[in-house]
Write a protein that binds this ligand. Structure first.
Ligand SMILES: Cc1cc2nc3c(=O)[nH]c(=O)nc-3n(C[C@H](O)[C@H](O)[C@H](O)COP(=O)(O)O)c2cc1C
Length: 356
């Protein structure tokens, strides 16, 4: 019987254990959206994870929506990520980069002045997002991507994946959840295109299928994963039939032989999304959301998930795997320091200690 502490292979990536660190935006990049020394230290401290999935990282200036999030499209950013990868590998860990293009979920003041705000359709996100001073402001009205622009956005993702590999990152994960650009294409309310990139289910899943095909072509399918959250309503998502959309998506992705499907399993989707994934996808599954050590162990033992990921628990417990293994108490994370917006702010970031 498999347990949390047993090794597993996801695509071409060997994990020493099945406890993954979920991607978490922390708003502490440097002024050029580059990883800082503090970020190197933060990830190094958490290298005991079987796999770290980095915070959402923009593939292009237009992909940025939040203040002080890192990118992977300039030399200084690639150099910064190379130092992160080296530190994690030096401590025996593995690291994948989450590629996150926010699309319409973007605040003008958070990104470069000439970076456009684009989406499948010119429909704004209803949810405000914090600006540079941390106060939430309305998102910008997006411009609908022209059909001839969409392959260029897909190319940016493929280039970003190559950049991540050049920096020594082991794999990439396409962020298709939380109402960002790929999910804006998937959802019927945010994608009202009448060309081949919208309309029918086949049209709405096309952007994700073609982007993952391009990334897999650039760095190999065994180093390409993706993250979904069927049924989530964050950032104004309201798909008419998420079970239909995601069943079709997973069936279309299955033949690509990708490294993993990382599922954010929300309880209020109206269906069991883990069952939906298992019915339509034959590759490895990383299960997430609200797990405890014991519920996670049960999922692994039952063979329902190949690995599990934790978000909150990793913030305040850099030695989470050891705490689970030894049954030690977990430290509670301070929510007020999740996103401080300052690249040199160690509070609630690198100052959580290992269990004595
Ligand atoms: C501070 C914070 C930042 C997050 N940023 C991201 C992100 O950049 N990308 C993403 O896919 N999920 C993000 N999430 C969601 C987590 O990856 C995870 O799905 C969520 O915390 C649920 O897992 P948990 O119950 O173990 O915390 C974030 C969560 C937190 C708490």
């Amino acid at each position: 019987m498999s347990d949390l502490y047993s090794p597993v292979r996801l695509g071409d990536v060997d994990l020493a254990n099945r406890i993954v660190m979920a991607p978490m935006t922390r708003d502490r990049a440097g002024p050029d959206d580059e990883p800082t020394d503090l970020m190197v230290e933060y990830y190094r401290q958490r290298a005991g994870a079987g796999l770290i999935v980095t915070e959402g990282t923009q593939p292009s200036p237009a992909g940025k929506g939040y203040w002080r999030t890192p990118g992977i499209h300039s030399p200084v950013q690639i150099a910064g990520w190379a130092r992160v990868a080296e530190a994690v590998h030096g401590a025996g860990g593995r690291i994948a980069m989450q590629l996150m293009h926010v699309g319409r979920a973007s605040v003008r003041a958070n990104k470069a002045a000439d970076a456009p705000t684009v989406a499948p359709s010119a429909i704004p996100s209803p949810d405000p997002i914090p600006g540079p001073d941390g106060v939430p402001v309305p998102t910008e009205m997006p411009r609908a991507l022209l059909a001839e622009e969409i392959p260029l956005v897909i190319d940016e993702y493929a280039t970003a994946a190559r950049n991540a590999r050049a920096a020594g990152i082991d794999a990439v994960e396409l962020h298709c959840a939380s109402g960002y650009l790929p999910m804006q294409f998937l959802s019927s309310n945010s994608n009202q295109r009448s060309d081949g990139w919208g309309g029918s289910v086949a049209g709405r899943i096309r952007f994700v299928v073609e982007t993952l095909t391009a990334i897999a072509g650039a760095i190999g399918p065994g180093r390409t994963g993706f993250r979904i959250c069927p049924g989530v309503t964050f950032n104004g998502m309201a798909d008419a039939d998420p079970a239909e959309t995601y069943s079709a998506l997973l069936r279309a992705l299955d033949p690509l032989g990708l490294a993993w499907c990382h599922l954010i399993h929300v309880p209020n989707a109206g269906f069991d999304s883990l069952e939906l994934v298992r019915a339509n996808w034959s590759g490895p599954v990383i299960e997430n959301c609200g797990l405890t050590r014991d519920t996670a162990q049960d999922l692994i033992a039952a063979g329902k998930a190949d690995a599990v990921s934790f978000g909150y628990a990793w913030i305040a417990n850099p030695d989470l795997v050891e705490r689970f293994r030894k049954g030690l108490a977990l430290t509670k994370a301070d929510r007020t320091t999740f996103y401080t917006g300052h690249g040199d702010d160690a509070r609630g970031y690198t100052d959580y200690k290992e269990h004595p």
